[in-house]
Design a protein around this ligand. Structure first.
Ligand code: ZN
Length: 243
């Protein structure tokens, strides 16, 4: 059966002697297809199957074995190669998405990240944080932000605790670390924001690389999944800080 699918190529991996397997994120699911002859330099399917490009594919679905890629068009390509750090973060997001159930918003959210790759830090990091918070909510591992996670009081909130999984008030906070009020409002707002609030959030709060790292680590902690790609991001960060 012939089908058509549109989405982001998440991963390409050599398969058998000449072929490759490719993972495509669509708005409903992740499709795995086999690309015959992909490893040969003469392959006509190379241009429509580049990692992190937005493509439209004609696929031959088979009841047994992998579906086959027949034809494809590259609709959009994103210049990640100019920025190693952002490219590495794309790999982190890719690794997370490959490990969880797909949700209809992920394709658009990831596209927003990719489209902002040429934009200033604030825009790029905001899009990454937005996707991460959607993932945490859908996975049911978002922080508790409606009050203190231990005593439920809603005043004197002092810190977000990763170990406890939410806000802590001044009485329940046993550690010295505190967050600023602005930081707590930012966290509350992003986890309560809907799609219509995106512009408001983006204007009101500043999102930085450390926010991205924090929510990736939160995912690692609560999903119990180690992300090697995140280790690489941290390596780049430490090299950059030495430079
Ligand atoms: Zn408390």
């Amino acid at each position: 059966m012939m089908t058509e699918a549109e989405g982001i190529v998440l991963k390409i991996q050599d398969y058998k002697e000449n072929d490759a397997l490719a993972w495509l994120l669509t708005d409903t699911k992740i499709i795995t297809v086999r690309i015959r002859g992909f490893q040969k330099s003469s392959s006509k399917l190379k241009s429509c199957a580049q990692c992190f490009s937005y493509v439209r594919w004609q696929i031959h679905s088979r009841s047994q074995g992998f579906s086959l890629l027949l034809h494809g068009t590259c609709i959009d390509f994103f210049p990640f190669h100019n920025n190693l750090l952002r490219q590495s973060l794309a790999f982190v997001l890719r690794d997370i998405i490959l490990k969880i159930d797909t949700h209809p918003t992920y394709l658009n959210d990831l596209l927003s990240v990719f489209r902002s790759v040429v934009k200033p830090d604030q825009d790029f990091y905001f899009c990454v944080v937005w996707l991460l918070k959607e993932i945490l909510i859908n996975e049911g591992i978002q922080p508790y932000t409606d009050g203190c996670i231990l005593c439920q009081r809603t005043d004197h909130l002092q810190v977000l605790s990763k170990a406890q999984g939410g806000f802590l008030c001044s009485d329940c906070n046993r550690k010295k670390k505190t967050d600023t009020k602005e930081e707590l409002i930012k966290i509350y707002s992003i986890f309560h924001a809907r799609e219509k609030d995106i512009d408001l959030c983006k204007e009101r709060f500043q999102f930085l690389l450390r926010d991205v790292i924090y929510w990736c680590e939160w995912f690692e902690y609560y999903a119990q999944i180690h992300l090697k790609s995140l280790d690489f991001v941290k390596q780049i960060m430490s090299i950059n800080s030495l430079a």
